[in-house]
Design a protein around this ligand. Structure first.
Ligand SMILES: Cc1cc2nc3c(=O)[nH]c(=O)nc-3n(C[C@H](O)[C@H](O)[C@H](O)COP(=O)(O)O)c2cc1C
Length: 226
């Protein structure tokens, strides 16, 4: 499948890095990459990684200003687009159809062609205008997926937290990672699933087993969408 990954200048460029690496290693995926100018800068500020390093991973990469390239046309068929991280500027532009660069144009194409668009919007706090833009985007069919960490998988490192959000986004675009940890409770309350630390989840503390137990996280069977 053809996946467009856009990295913009919001904090959290590590989400873009992890997604790029994951998608580049997935034989099902042809990765099309675009970074905004601010995205390149924030990437370097936060991770020390240069944009070229990510471009080298992608099947194809495109200049931010190239509003004439194939991603800018609805006639070029792609399957999904993820903006990770997505700045407020880019999110707001997409919400209002302002397509002055390749990222906002490609996102507009996804919306008009009714294709999957996932925005990992990163800002805090949000003002009413931000929230209204997110409502508008949701109404247009975009999926707003801010990188808000969950803790039910017992993360041990920052990357555990990052990858948890990444795995949820991969699920959303129909590219699930077989190694993703999932909340899965059998009828008897036994927790299953791959552990990030490599141990089977069932060997960890169970609900009600003292301080490490997760009484509050005991969900119904099959309810893994938190
Ligand atoms: C280190 C750094 C962190 C930033 N963090 C955020 C952020 O979390 N959210 C956001 O919307 N903008 C953030 N910005 C500001 C954006 O980079 C700025 O609004 C930029 O114009 C976005 O452009 P783009 O959408 O074309 O990438 C940050 C900038 C820098 C340099």
């Amino acid at each position: 499948m053809k996946v467009v990954l856009a990295i913009t200048g919001a904090s959290g460029s590590i989400y873009g890095v992890r997604l790029a690496r994951q998608l580049a290693n997935d034989p099902r995926v042809e990765l099309h990459l675009v970074l905004s100018r601010a995205g390149e800068r924030t990437l370097f500020e936060e991770t020390g990684i240069r944009a070229q390093e990510l471009r080298d991973l992608a099947s194809f990469s495109y200049p931010f200003e190239d509003i004439g390239c194939r991603l800018a046309s609805g006639s070029y068929q792609t399957d999904a687009m993820v903006v990770a991280p997505c700045s407020i500027q880019t999110m707001s532009a997409i919400a209002h159809g302002i397509s002055s660069n390749l990222i906002t144009r490609a996102a507009d194409v996804m919306l008009k062609e009714r294709r999957k668009l996932v925005l990992m919007v990163r800002e805090s706090p949000f003002h009413l205008g931000h929230l209204r833009s997110m409502v508008a985007l949701s109404e247009m069919g975009a999926i707003i997926a801010p990188p808000v960490p969950g803790f039910y998988h017992k993360p041990e490192t920052v990357l555990d937290l990052v990858d948890h959000s990444i795995h949820r986004v991969l699920d959303l675009i129909g590219c699930p990672d077989a190694n993703a940890r999932r909340w899965d409770v059998e009828g008897g309350g036994r927790r299953m699933g791959r552990s990030i630390s490599g141990t089977d989840e069932s060997s960890r503390s169970q609900p009600g087993e003292g301080a490490a137990g997760n009484d509050d996280l005991h969900l119904g069977a099959g309810d893994d969408d938190q």
